[in-house]
Design a protein around this ligand. Structure first.
Ligand code: 13P
Length: 251
């Protein structure tokens, strides 16, 4: 577990092999010239992980997956297991992203089983939670994220093997964000809930990332908050200069 903040790029379903390698090389060059104050990770599509791991080798860039199956192996056509990600050189995997929850109907129970599998395989589970616009407008944000957190964390989860990503669904890819004060309120509630779920010792140092329309222009306003342990960046992580600018705002 690190006490440094973590800036993680979620590349989603973007980039062919050459694009992915060029992007990670550009990032590695910038990081070699000016080592950042935070940990840096990129989560390429499955098809590019092998090459991105090779291109990132020797740099401080960690690589993660964007999803995994709850089983280690078996008759699951089209799925990828946590040990397979680990075998490729991944250090972590994003689980329960709202695009998985919406497009693939993933439930908290499934996310929890995947997080347990990730842990078993030696991967850090980056568990994503967040409310919809309707839930926010109905004043249900804290109740929704508390429920997702409790439902998605596996038995025995600790800050050493778990990162939480708070991503309001309405902020993803929209250019809209909560205010830093709103983000701080939700992150403080998540940290308190995590203490209650994991216990004081296991939750110590837990990193809660903010995600949703993070840009070079707004990154500092989130990353300088004490309750924000880093950022999960989508669109802006696909441009080396933008992602690098975000990383550099880390205190
Ligand atoms: P954007 O940064 O494109 O809004 O995406 C956020 C996200 O979903 C990261 O997982």
């Amino acid at each position: 577990m690190s006490t440094r903040k973590l800036v993680c790029g979620n590349w989603k379903m973007n980039g062919l092999k050459a694009d992915s390698v060029a992007l990670v090389r550009a990032l590695a060059e910038r990081m070699a010239a000016a080592p950042p104050a935070c940990d840096v990770m990129v989560c390429p599509p499955f098809t590019a992980i092998d090459r991105v791991v090779a291109a990132a080798s020797g740099s401080a860039i960690a690589v993660g997956g964007q999803d995994c199956h709850a089983a280690a192996s078996g008759a699951h056509t089209g799925d990828i297991s946590a040990p397979m990600l680990r075998d490729l050189g991944c250090a972590a995997v994003i689980l329960g992203h709202s695009e998985r929850r919406t497009n693939h109907g993933e439930t908290d129970a499934q996310v929890r089983a995947k997080a347990a599998a990730a842990r078993q395989a030696g991967l850090v589970a980056i568990v994503a939670i967040g409310e919809t616009l309707a839930q926010r407008e109905a004043g249900e944000t804290l109740r929704v994220v508390a429920g997702q957190l409790r439902g998605s964390l596996p038995e025995g989860a600790s800050a050493a093997d778990t990162v939480i990503a708070y991503e309001p669904v309405w902020a993803i890819g929209t250019g809209r964000t909560p205010s830093p004060a709103d983000v701080a309120q939700v992150h403080e509630a998540i940290l308190a809930d995590a203490r209650a779920i994991m216990g004081e010792t296991k939750s110590a140092g837990l990193r809660v990332l903010y995600g949703g329309s993070v840009t070079p222009a707004n990154a500092q306003s989130f990353l300088t908050l004490a309750s924000v342990g880093g950022a999960l960046v989508g669109g802006a992580s696909l441009k080396a200069d933008q992602f690098w600018s975000i990383i550099q705002t880390c205190p």
